[in-house]
Design a protein around this ligand. Structure first.
Ligand code: B12
Length: 214
């Protein structure tokens, strides 16, 4: 199994999208657990890419290729991660999006897949979402929680503005705010008045479930 996961990791790092997707399919057919494939193959690949970028071994074009391979690998994996999805009537709604100015969407796509697998009904606002769009979505959908993703030190402060605006408009009382993304931390979440911080998608799912008593 280790060998196959290593091949997946390598295909992501090298930006081989078709290969990454077919290796994931093979691993699923062989009965490997989807979460193992995700963490030790696909996510390990993009983590390695980030390290190479930081060390100036990789430049933007290579990172874009690796991100495409990540997405391709998620193709066969996502339906498996979502299995067990309850959906339908009594599902708890969760509005989620990436803050304005931020286009990173790999992390949030994992969080969404795992929250869906836990039975949440996700209203996905996508990337580069303005403060106004978050506020109107909360007014329209009345979710149990709002999830905010930010992946750069330059965009993470948007989260504080959104929480402030929710408070000003009296929308904060019955709404929990979850935040996440690589530059965020528990301290940061406390500082901006968020209720939940998720280090990764698994922690995001656990904490969201605890919220609704699941
Ligand atoms: C892939 C990548 C890209 C890809 C994005 C492709 C895509 N479709 O998303 C591309 C190449 C397009 C890109 C572009 C840029 N990037 Co970039 N990128 C990365 C990289 C290497 C990986 C990010 C990633 O996807 N990680 C994998 C996922 C799975 O992890 P994650 O995002 O952390 O998500 C997990 C948790 O954080 C958590 N989580 C995530 N969201 C949420 C939400 C909630 C609610 C919760 C509870 C939890 C949670 O769960 C997730 C899964 O476990 C990082 C380096 C890094 N180490 O983060 C740089 C990085 C984020 N990028 C950076 C930069 C500078 C840029 C650019 C400005 C580069 C440029 N000069 O153009 C642009 C910005 C574009 C923009 N405006 O957003 C910097 C940011 C520096 C900073 N200021 O903080 C980083 C840190 C690289 C670096 N070391 O310099 N990038």
């Amino acid at each position: 199994m280790q060998k196959q996961l290593e091949k997946i990791r390598k295909a992501v790092v090298e930006g081989e999208d078709l290969e990454a997707a077919s290796l994931v399919e093979e691993a699923l057919t062989a009965g490997f657990p989807p979460l193992e494939i995700l963490n030790r193959g696909v996510v390990a690949g993009i983590d390695e890419t980030g390290k190479r970028w930081k060390a100036n071994e990789y430049f933007l074009p290579e990172v874009i290729l690796a991100a495409d391979a990540f997405k391709a690998a998620m193709g066969p994996l996502e339906p498996k991660l979502k299995e067990g999805e309850q959906g339908g009537k009594g599902a708890h709604k969760l509005v989620i999006g990436v803050v304005q100015g931020d286009m990173h969407d790999l992390g949030i796509s994992l969080v969404i897949a795992l929250l869906q697998s836990a039975g949440f009904e996700i209203i996905d606002l996508g990337i580069d979402v303005s403060l106004d769009s978050f506020i109107s979505a909360v007014k329209e959908h009345r979710p149990v929680a709002l999830g905010l993703g930010a992946y750069m030190t330059t965009t993470m402060l948007r989260m504080k503005e959104i929480i402030g605006e929710l408070e000003r408009q009296g929308l904060r009382d019955n709404l929990k705010v979850m935040v996440g993304g690589a530059p965020t931390s528990q301290e940061f979440a406390d500082e901006i008045g968020a209720d939940i911080w998720g280090k990764d998608a698994i922690m995001a799912r656990e904490k969201a479930l605890a919220l609704i008593g699941g």
